[in-house]
Design a protein around this ligand. Structure first.
Ligand code: GLU
Length: 305
């Protein structure tokens, strides 16, 4: 397997030149655009890796799947989906437009920024510190890595420049979708996006979802089968931004990408995959990660359709 992965990295390294590293969060602009790495974690406990699989990057939008798991545990499905919808948007991840044009005015799904900010506001805890602590503990648990933490520089960089997210959050407070202190909620959201991971960490989270919410190493059930299924379904319908439909046809596996360059994929009953390549296509998906997943899916026949 590692042989195949190495070949796929070599084959697709050049593709990274066709994309661009995200610069709208200034801290992200400093990353090496050539990086490309992959890790596959399978149900038998094997970990296969190649390329820059151990480079650290910020999890960004992949964290939206994790906050959603916790919000569903904390509040139940009914309440969560009263505030956030289940439909793909066809718009960019940070688009504001549908917040006002669709009635009732609520974000269309939890994978776009507006929806994810609402989800962050639903995580329980005595204060902001405890809420984030719970999220961090949760991601440490499902990745099996108790060292995970935030990248302070990227967190501050986004906090200082995240005015579009700020605008959406205040708008949603005005129309009654979000309650509470908006700056504290945004702080939680910026922090969750700044958690630093590598390909192994996200491959293991993908594997945990592939194993229907049970940690393969210990057999512990952490989330219900229903929640695991909901997350994977959102990954299929909305996980690759407004390129999710094309990805479903070309690659056919539940996946969530982030503008930090990561893609977390989960192949039910088989494996979790983490890829990293910070050079992004025009939708915000890792251009190299996308190609490797497409090749691997064709080679191993991974499409779930
Ligand atoms: N922190 C990023 C933002 O809110 C996440 C975006 C992403 O990865 O899609 O803009």
């Amino acid at each position: 397997m590692e042989d195949i992965l190495r070949k796929l990295i070599d084959k697709n390294r050049n593709v990274t030149q066709e994309g661009k590293v995200a610069t709208y969060i200034p801290g992200l602009g400093k990353i090496d655009p050539w990086d490309l790495g992959i890790c596959v974690a399978d149900m038998e406990g094997n970990i296969y890796k190649s390329g820059n699989y151990d480079k650290k990057f910020t999890i960004q939008s992949i964290s939206k799947t994790i906050s959603l798991m916790l919000a569903l545990i904390d509040n139940g499905e009914e309440l969560v989906f009263e505030k956030v919808g289940m439909e793909p948007t066809g718009d960019a991840f940070n688009s504001i437009i549908k917040l006002e044009t669709i009635m009732p005015s609520r974000p269309l799904n939890p994978m776009i920024n507006a929806g994810a900010i609402v989800i962050s506001s639903l995580i329980k805890g005595r204060d902001e510190k405890e809420k984030f602590r719970r999220l961090l503990d949760f991601i440490r648990k499902i990745s099996g890595n108790d060292k995970l933490n935030i990248n302070e520089e990227i967190y501050l960089s986004e906090k200082n420049t995240g005015d579009r997210n700020r605008a959406m959050a205040y708008f949603m407070k005005d129309v009654g979708i979000i309650e509470g202190n908006i700056e504290e909620i945004l702080d939680m959201y910026f922090k969750q996006c700044s958690i630093e991971v590598d390909c192994i960490d996200i491959a293991k989270i993908g594997l945990f979802l592939a194993n229907r919410g049970v940690l393969p190493e210990t057999g512990e059930r952490v989330i219900s089968e229903r929640i695991a299924r909901t997350i994977k379904t959102f990954m299929i319908t909305c996980g690759m931004y407004n390129g999710s439909g094309e990805f479903a046809i070309k690659v056919g596996i539940p996946a969530k990408s982030g503008v930090g360059g990561g893609i977390m994929a989960s192949i039910p009953h088989r494996m979790g995959i983490g890829t990293y390549g910070p050079s992004l296509d025009d939708k915000g998906n890792s251009i190299g990660g996308y190609k490797i997943l497409e090749d691997l899916s064709n080679y191993l026949n991974l499409s779930i359709f």
